[in-house]
Design a protein around this ligand. Sequence first.
Ligand SMILES: O=C(O)c1ccc[n+]([C@@H]2O[C@H](COP(=O)([O-])O)[C@@H](O)[C@H]2O)c1
Ligand SMILES: Cc1cc2nc[nH]c2cc1C
Length: 442
Amino acid sequence: MAGKAKPVGSLGVMEAMACRLAALQGTLEPRIGRASLLVFGADHGITAARPQISAFPRAVSAPVFRAVARGQAASAVLCAANGVSLLVAVDVGLDADVTDACPPPPPPVLTAGREADSTRISVVHRKIRPGGSRNMLEGPAMTEQEVADAMAAGSDAVQMAVRGTAGPGAGGGALADGGGPADRGPGPLPDDWRQCVVCIGEVGIGNTTAAAALVAALSGAAPEDVCGRGTGVDDTGLAAKREAVSAALAANAELLRGGGALGALRAVGGLELAAMAGAVVACAELGVPVVADGFISGAAALAALAHQPGPVGRCLFLSHRSAERGAALLLAALTGAVPLAPHIRDCQAAGPQPERPPPQRDGGRESGPCAAAAGSPDQGPAETEAAGVAAGAAAAAWPSPAVLDMGLRLGEGTGAVLVLPLLRSAAAILGRMASLEEVLAA
Ligand SMILES: O=C(O)c1ccc[n+]([C@@H]2O[C@H](COP(=O)([O-])O)[C@@H](O)[C@H]2O)c1
Ligand SMILES: Cc1cc2nc[nH]c2cc1C
């Protein structure tokens, strides 16, 4: 990347994205092939106890989930407009029966005057607890078994994505029912699985409060620094969120002290957050790039990163800086700019932890292996390259910085899908762009 026909680092974060894709796929000509979006839906016990923490009642989660399944929600429309081949909507704990949620026949969507490739939609029913998570003000939001089941649902959805199996409901109208054995193997993965990319997103009224509590638990940040307006609460709602997060952290203090990242997820997370964490871990195990979306999927990704720093750090891409207050702090924690809370670090698996990345400039936009390789202007080429390799190796062990900053705060994986053209572009740059040497010799 440093030898391409351009000033070193001039393609910004796209250079880091390309280098990461190359490392994951083991080639200097990386490719983005099949892209999938996994949207997990769940409700939260806290919204029954404190309805004022959201601008919408909890009954809204299910209709929004159905809109995703019908291909009518923002995420589904963006999937069709951006060449996403499979959208999997997974109910892991909505407080409603959504077995009537049917994917439509693939709708024609016009982009730039032509019919885009349509997105197959599959609905998966893995309701782990009817009614959603428990009230985190009274103890853990989930049992250990519920966390494990939700993470398994996330992992199974990743198998559907990399195998390209949409289940019996794909594009038809019948229901996929939990991704049976045919969806998750065993059996060899398809030849093109290494070029897959997985986007994750969610739907769940009240989940900015759960995500805020999770970010606070993992990073040690104060409730007022992680709570934002979510779907649009007023000052009273915001104060209620801060109070709820403080109370939830206090009610679960013991589990939070000794339970590590998964204990934090269990104490103050939610079923869709656990499912997304499971999906991230599954992608890390496969070495497949996974794009986390906004504040909620970012919080789930932080739990996964804290749980398995090395593998998750190498495969995680962050789409955007959510408009939610707390997003900057979350991104700083995700990219290693601020350390995790000491009790979380103490519980991390023994073994070498990734070195902290080099300091970031311009809000992280110049971080990443290739930007690091730019070195300082007074270094010679050899010094620059050596410093770049060392700094790049440290930076590559952490997720690549968020790319978009456009006021997004919808969730559903919308930001992750919007980043796909940039990932494809990054791969093309590394594989196809001429070197400076070639250009000067021509
Ligand atoms: O992803 C984000 O950054 C984001 C920020 C604010 C709200 N949301 C979405 O809005 C819902 C949660 O908001 P709330 O106010 O009910 O906590 C949930 O369905 C999320 O998908 C998502
Ligand atoms: C309408 C609506 C759509 C959403 N999509 C994700 N979260 C959402 C929350 C609401 C309220």
